[in-house]
Design a protein around this ligand. Structure first.
Ligand SMILES: *Cc1c(COP(=O)(O)O)cnc(C)c1O
Length: 349
């Protein structure tokens, strides 16, 4: 059957998500999930009817949270579907290209490859910022430029002045897609206020991280109404199951937002603790992180990753030499992780 698949698909290696990698342990810090398991009421009625394509209550709730109008919001199955919709709607396979700046999130590349759209890679600078000159030289055929801030896996923010320069550079040529999956941990860094000025800006958001709903599959694209209407042409007719929208609306209610804010504060405090403890170890560098994870450079990153894996502490190895990405868990998980890693250094030394 493999031979019947499209050539592009035959050549694909599926995204190795944290869930597919496997492993066994009791400390899971490899998928940037929230440690908080919040409870929701699910009402299993009305399920004989199809869901609304864009549930009004959900769109209104997220628009209000994000500070935009409902016509500027599209909801989809996670931010990942937003990435795919943008590529399908704006890039002609075999003609157009997307551009992104590694090291960064893997799904821009995978989605483009699946759809048969060319990928242009312009690496981030050594400071993990945009290389604007190089981007300018590589814009031929580019319809979408993906920028992730806070960037996954490096954790840093992309400079706002550079994002503005990029929006100016691509005006009337390409759409800048800001991936703000982690922006709820640093809302002051959002580019949402630039939407009114730049019609070529689209912003990806999700309930998977700060809202502790990775398993719900609920994300958003924010953009001007015209762009949203293009995406509505390619989205599935019933993308949001009724229970998903019901739970998401609860998460975005006043009490849901208050709980999320508390949990963000808690995670930020744990992140500081983790950062300080690891930075104190000899030869360890902790990069400043603005999301719910830290990128940490060890003298031997692979060895540290494997030792933790064997001890049931599942971290994420990264494409950056000797760097390991560590999600910020709850207090117990953080303590266990700090204790384990510290112990590695005392036994080696
Ligand atoms: C987790 C993540 C996403 C995907 O979010 P979902 O809503 O779960 O699909 C998108 N972008 C980045 C950078 C992420 O880390």
């Amino acid at each position: 059957m493999e031979k019947l698949a499209r050539k592009q698909v035959q050549a694909l290696t599926p995204y190795l998500s944290a869930r597919r990698i496997g492993g066994s342990g009791d400390v899971w810090l490899n998928a940037n999930e929230s440690p908080f398991n919040n409870q929701y009421q699910i009402e299993a009625s009305r399920l004989n009817r199809y869901s609304e394509c864009q549930p009004e209550a959900l769109i209104n709730a997220y628009a209000s949270y994000a500070g935009v109008t409902p016509s500027q919001v599209l909801t989809s199955r996670g931010a990942d579907e937003g990435i795919e919709l943008l590529i399908r709607a704006f890039c002609e396979p075999g003609e157009d290209a997307i551009l992104y700046c590694p090291p960064t999130y893997g799904m821009y590349s995978i989605s483009a490859e699946t759809i048969g759209v060319e990928r242009k890679l312009v690496p981030l600078t050594p400071q993990w910022q945009l290389d604007l000159d190089s981007i300018a030289q590589n814009l031929d055929n580019v319809k979408l430029v993906f920028v992730c801030s806070p960037n996954n896996p490096t954790g840093n923010l992309i400079k706002r002045e550079d994002i503005v320069s990029l929006l100016e550079m691509t005006k009337d040529r390409a759409i800048v897609v800001m991936d703000e999956a982690y922006i709820d941990f640093c809302p002051e860094a959002s580019t949402v206020d630039l939407l009114s000025e730049y019609p070529n800006l689209a912003i990806l958001r999700t309930l998977s991280k700060a809202f502790a709903l990775a398993g719900l599959r609920c994300g958003f694209t924010l953009a001007n109404e015209e762009l949203i209407n293009v995406l509505l042409k390619v989205i599935a007719p019933y993308p949001v199951p009724i229970p998903v929208s019901d739970i998401a609306v609860q998460a975005l209610s006043a009490s849901g937002l208050a709980r999320a804010a508390k949990q963000v504060t808690n995670i930020t405090q744990s992140r500081t603790k983790l950062e300080q403890a690891l930075a104190a170890l000899p030869g360890v560098e902790v990069f400043p992180g603005y999301g719910n994870y830290l990128l940490v450079k060890f003298p031997d990153g692979d060895a540290l990753f494997k030792a933790a894996w064997d001890a049931g502490i599942i971290l994420r190895n990264s494409p950056i030499q000797d760097c390991v990405r560590i999600s910020v868990g709850d207090e117990t998980e953080c303590s266990k992780t700090i204790e384990f890693i510290t112990q590695q250094f005392t036994t080696v030394a």
